[in-house]
Design a protein around this ligand. Structure first.
Ligand SMILES: NC(=O)c1ccc[n+]([C@@H]2O[C@H](COP(=O)([O-])OP(=O)(O)OC[C@H]3O[C@@H](n4cnc5c(N)ncnc54)[C@H](OP(=O)(O)O)[C@@H]3O)[C@@H](O)[C@H]2O)c1
Length: 267
């Protein structure tokens, strides 16, 4: 899939990882629908950056936990672009709306996580595939460790939602492969300029120190540009045979073995 003249929708591209993806695709001439929830100023700023790279697009608002709004968002994409080549399901609601430990979690919080990830992805794939007549690329942004571990207790709803999203990736990959549409998930490492920056400073500092000490072998946190680069690779013509995969984009963090302290592992 060559990028010139292509159209992308990236949910949650007003800021964070979504913005990084939008800018990287814009550098290649892809026109981008910049989706946001509440922060229209940030969405307009992403669009301005897209235009600085010589591309274009528009901003579109929607609550992705509501199916009617997801459908309305795709209606707008159809009206503005008439077609779609890339759909990235990246938006994630704010922590207080889903963050609660397993024995306390309310059904509202559970529903928010599942609706904004698994259900929004399900509906988003149905809607985007209708607009992809000449092949395409569908990407889910997951956090794979949370889909297979259980230690980060208040993440239970989001971890379950990401696990469901990853399962959907595999089923849709098979369903759409003959139409030239690939479906993959990318799993970023802990990322700078994202939700991390909204956490208390001590949490940010401890997290950076932890990864720089070796729990990310590359010695630094992920950046939104790293994820944008990975999306760009998967959108290339040459990536057309890669489908149904959950790909870690994390400088090696997912390769770490937690059984022994780092000092022992280093030898
Ligand atoms: N950050 C990390 O370290 C990390 C690591 C692994 C995976 N991820 C995944 O990467 C994705 C992006 O994370 P991030 O940290 O970059 O996000 P972020 O900076 O917190 O930005 C969240 C984005 O989602 C939008 N959003 C919030 N609530 C929404 C709702 N109800 N409906 C629609 N959109 C909504 C926000 O729009 P407004 O700006 O309008 O509020 C914003 O664009 C998420 O799926 C996350 O799970 C992140």
């Amino acid at each position: 899939m060559s990028s010139e003249g292509k159209y992308a929708l990236i949910t949650g591209s007003s800021r964070g990882i979504g913005r990084g993806i939008a800018v990287k695709l814009a550098e290649q001439g892809v026109k981008v629908a910049v989706h946001y929830y509440q922060n229209d100023g940030a969405a307009k700023d992403t669009l301005a950056r897209i235009r600085q790279h010589g591309s274009d697009g528009f901003v579109v608002q929607a609550d992705v936990s509501r199916t009617d709004e997801v459908r309305r968002m795709f209606g707008r994409v159809k009206g503005e672009f008439g077609a779609l080549d890339v759909f990235v399901s990246n938006a994630r609601p704010e922590l207080p709306t889903f963050y609660q430990a397993p024995m306390d979690i309310t059904l509202d919080k559970w529903d928010m996580a599942l609706d904004s990830q698994a259900k929004a992805f399900l509906v988003g794939v149905h809607e985007s595939a209708r607009l992809m007549s000449g092949g395409g690329r569908i990407l889910a942004i997951t956090y794979a460790p949370s889909a297979r571990t259980g230690s980060w207790q208040p993440w239970v709803a989001m971890g379950s939602a990401k696990a469901a999203m990853e399962a959907l990736v595999r089923y849709f990959a098979v369903a759409l492969v003959k139409r030239g549409i690939t479906v993959n998930a990318l799993s970023p490492g802990l990322t700078e300029d994202s939700v991390l920056n909204s956490l208390p400073q001590p949490v940010q500092d401890m997290s950076r120190t932890w990864h720089e000490a070796g729990w990310t072998p590359a010695g630094r946190l992920t950046t939104p540009a790293d994820i944008g680069n990975a999306v760009r690779l998967l959108c290339s013509e040459e990536a057309g045979w890669i489908t149904g995969q959950v790909i870690a984009v994390d400088g090696g963090a997912s390769l770490m073995d937690t059984v022994f302290p780092l000092e022992i592992q280093r030898g």
